[in-house]
Write a protein that binds this ligand. Sequence first.
Ligand SMILES: [Zn+2]
Length: 118
Amino acid sequence: MRFIRRSRRLGQSTAPISTQSDACQSNDLRAQLRRRRIASQRLVPLDCGCPDPWPCRCTQPALSARMVDAGRDAARDILATGQVPLLEFEILRALWRRGGADRVLAEQLHAATGGEIR
Ligand SMILES: [Zn+2]
């Protein structure tokens, strides 16, 4: 991302006053992430024990067998139309762990997407 500041006063040039180089932007991103991490250390830990709410996935419901079945059935329907579905990693892993036809489907989807996961 590049930011260009321009003068807003009438009669002044609208030429860029300053531009940031890519190295400067990566330093900015690094500084932003560092400030974010330091700010998260000031937060009260969540009930689940996670110190930072941003990466916390504790409140997401566990993957049920029904959700895995739904992912499998949706993937089969999409494959029947000639398209390649992009399943979530957790569903793909659950299908693979089931073994049998579900594992074959999971390996087929993994190969068809070139290893790309959602
Ligand atoms: Zn958590």
